[in-house]
Design a protein around this ligand. Structure first.
Ligand code: BES
Ligand code: MN
Ligand code: ZN
Length: 486
């Protein structure tokens, strides 16, 4: 999408489709109000009305989009309204649109503009790589959008650009998640990291099975040993450690397919399990955003990637694994594999002496029971880090909700025959998973984000969502990292 910002009034500039986003309680200019019966459009959130002004205002088509009450406006309001605008434009097969707001938005100009950039870019996203025989109507894409602003043209331009960069990171993550398991194996994910590194000048290292064996990545190897698609460990480094650039480690779970292994999942729990590398995708998307924004940080992306399969070579319930940290893990359920591969990545993160370790994983079904798809579960060992992530969640519209990490939960994953066991029973299943992970980060500030409920959307709930991978975490991380304070 070619996105530009110009100074002016959307009603005075000619266009095939002008979009006017309007609040419920801000009166429309009389030349627009005269075009329709007031009952047909009140400006309620997501309400739309298409008008043919026939010269009354400059655009040949005028689309009104409601944004609800002005006082209730947040970036989310703008994000949704602008995504809706792009989708309507696609339906109408208009390739160039203009967008403006009626009345003042009670938000800073750069914040508003960023939401426009995100909404417009994401509103156009879809993953149709595997669909054939599409009609011209279906393949039609909106080529360009111009955002009109009456004030703060420069701030708006920078904000829209920022939003678009972030949204492209989200789309990258969605593409990775939406790719079928055979097309996004651990090996392919490693190649993807090398390509990303090449593109954005990141320092990328991919460890293959032989190197993992030699270096003692016992967790990743155990989970991956049942599959012919060998596991990988991926390191993506942006910037370098120095006093002005704190080191943040981003860690992602990259199960390119999770069958459950010998503790096999039922069919209806397996059908979306290509998305079990959603945490890895979040890290990939965030690395792209960090590099494109040239943030003044040292960011290290770490991804453990494996395929969890049942076979005669698969790891078994009852096995004891020696993880990279040296700690031993009793496997009681091969379907609790994410925490096992993550244990190696989290221990590895310690070598960077990071200011923070932020880890994303589609870790537990239990978090879906707790929060549904409306928030990501957060489990942290450091309250300042948790608070920064909570604030970033609010600001980005990717909410997180914090759970407790009391000592009792850590006790629940202690094993009789090894240092840890990989399940703590059904009660507090998401918290004990977080407690398991916390055993591998030493004293470094650590937050685990369980995105099992938010990384995948069967039916998109918002106009800027699409079926499948959501790319959750990329917007959150962009906000967190841009504001990061040690
Ligand atoms: N990848 C799953 C968690 C998951 C479930 C993600 C649903 C997305 C949607 C994870 O590896 C898993 O299987 N967890 C088990 C843990 C249990 C065996 C302790 C679960 O939640 O059932
Ligand atoms: Mn599993
Ligand atoms: Zn899994």
């Amino acid at each position: 999408m070619n996105l530009t910002v110009e100074k002016g009034d959307v009603l005075r500039e000619s266009a095939a489709l002008g979009v006017l986003a309007s609040f419920e309680d801000a009166p429309l200019p009389s030349d627009v109000a005269a075009l329709f019966d007031a009952n047909d459009f009140r400006g309620r959130a997501k309400q739309t009305l298409l008008l043919y002004p026939r010269g009354a205002v400059a655009p040949s088509r005028l689309l009104l989009i409601g944004m609800g009450k002005r006082d209730a406006a947040t970036p989310e309001t703008i994000r949704q309204a602008s995504a809706l605008a792009v989708q309507k434009a696609r339906e109408l097969q208009v390739s160039a649109i203009t967008i403006g707001v009626n009345g003042e938005i009670p938000l800073p100009a750069d914040v508003t503009a960023q939401a426009f950039g995100e909404g417009i870019e994401l509103g156009a996203y879809r993953f149709w790589r595997y669909r054939t025989n599409l009609t011209n109507e279906q393949t039609f894409e909106v080529a360009s959008a111009t955002v009109f602003t009456q004030t703060n043209e420069e701030l708006t331009r920078a904000g829209v650009e920022m939003g678009q960069v972030i949204a492209r990171g989200v789309e990258y993550a969605r593409d990775l998640v939406n790719s079928p398991g055979y097309a996004m194996t651990p090996e392919r994910l490693g190649e993807e990291a090398l390509a990303l590194g090449e593109r954005l000048k990141l320092n990328v290292t991919v460890l293959d099975k032989a190197q993992l064996t030699e270096q003692g990545f016992g967790g990743i190897l155990a989970v991956g040993q049942g599959s012919d698609n060998d596991p990988r460990f991926i390191v993506m480094e942006y910037g370098a450690a120095n006093t002005n650039a704190p080191t943040i480690c981003l860690v992602g779970k990259g199960l390119t397919f999770d069958s459950g292994g010998l503790s096999l999942k039922p069919a209806d729990a397996m059908d979306t399990m290509k998305s079990d590398m959603g945490g890895a995708a979040t890290v990939f998307g965030a690395m792209q955003v960090v590099a494109e924004l040239k943030l003044p940080l040292h960011v290290v992306g770490l991804v453990s990637s494996a395929e969890n399969m049942p076979s005669s070579t698969a790891y078994r319930p009852g096995d004891v694994i020696k993880s990279l940290s040296g700690k031993t893990i009793e496997v009681l359920n091969t379907d609790a594999e994410g925490r096992i591969i993550l244990s190696d990545a989290l221990f590895y993160a310690q070598r960077y002496q990071p200011a923070a370790i932020v880890e994303f994983s589609t870790l537990t079904g239990a978090i879906i029971i707790a929060l549904g798809s409306h928030a990501t579960g957060m489990f942290a060992t450091n309250q300042e880090l948790a608070d920064q992530l909570s604030r970033a969640g609010e600001a980005s519209g990717e909410r997180v909700w914090q759970f407790p990490m009391w000592d009792e939960y850590h006790q629940m994953v202690k094993s009789e025959i090894a240092d840890l066991k990989n399940i703590g029973g059904r009660p507090a299943g998401s918290i004990t998973a977080g407690a398991f992970l916390a055993a591998f980060v030493g004293e470094y500030p650590f937050a685990h984000l369980d995105i099992a409920g938010t990384a995948w959307a069967d039916k998109p709930a918002k106009p800027y969502d699409s079926h499948g991978g959501t790319g959750v975490g990329v917007r959150l991380l962009a906000e967190f990292l841009r504001n990061y304070q040690q």
